[in-house]
Ligand binder design. Structure first.
Ligand SMILES: CC(C)(COP(=O)(O)OP(=O)(O)OC[C@H]1O[C@@H](n2cnc3c(N)ncnc32)[C@H](O)[C@@H]1OP(=O)(O)O)[C@@H](O)C(=O)NCCC(=O)NCCS
Length: 148
């Protein structure tokens, strides 16, 4: 799916904190990946993304009483020249439909715009209605289907 720079932009109002992942976040991120995907990203793959300067892993957290934070979701994306490519988006199963996915997508698209990107792309399984619903609500449109 693709979204162009002229797609309507809506900055979501949300109570979350969004920041970049560091190596210390690895255990919580692995747990979120495992809860979200049949084929979760491995620590090795995530470590490699953290080392690539074209790659960003954003974490969505919720402040808890007592100063701690709970990890709710993440997005992994690349900025290559004037394109944003989204590799992975996930919200913890028990926190879905709270606006976490939209918040992290809004943030990564804003980061892309601030780096003068004109196009955002991603791939999603045809059967993934939740993700397609999220991406469509953000202005993404289908541009083709790979067999199987
Ligand atoms: C896809 C996913 C990230 C959505 O995260 P989320 O935090 O629940 O999404 P949001 O609450 O921000 O939803 C935003 C919009 O997306 C759409 N949407 C989200 N979940 C949906 C669902 N189950 N069915 C239909 N539309 C859905 C709706 O338009 C929703 O807006 P609304 O709640 O006002 O109706 C989440 O379902 C997930 O982690 N799935 C498993 C991992 C995955 O498949 N990732 C995508 C890989 S390409």
């Amino acid at each position: 799916m693709r979204q162009f720079r002229d797609a309507p932009q809506q900055a979501s109002q949300h109570p979350f904190v969004i920041r970049q992942m560091t190596f210390e976040d690895m255990p919580a991120v692995i747990a979120l990946e495992q809860a979200s995907f049949r084929n979760p990203w491995s620590p090795e793959l995530l470590r490699r993304e953290l080392e690539h300067d074209w790659s960003t892993i954003l974490l969505v957290e919720e402040p808890l009483p007592g100063g701690q934070k709970r990890l709710l979701g993440l997005a992994i994306f690349w900025i290559v020249q004037d394109e944003v490519h989204i590799l992975n988006v996930a919200t913890a199963p028990e926190h879905r439909r709270r606006g976490v996915g939209r918040a992290v997508m809004d943030e990564l698209l804003a980061r892309g715009r601030s780096r003068c990107c004109i196009l955002a792309t991603l791939e999603v399984r045809r059967s993934n209605e939740a993700a397609i619903g999220l991406y469509r609500s953000l202005g993404f449109r289908s541009v083709g289907a790979r067999p199987k």
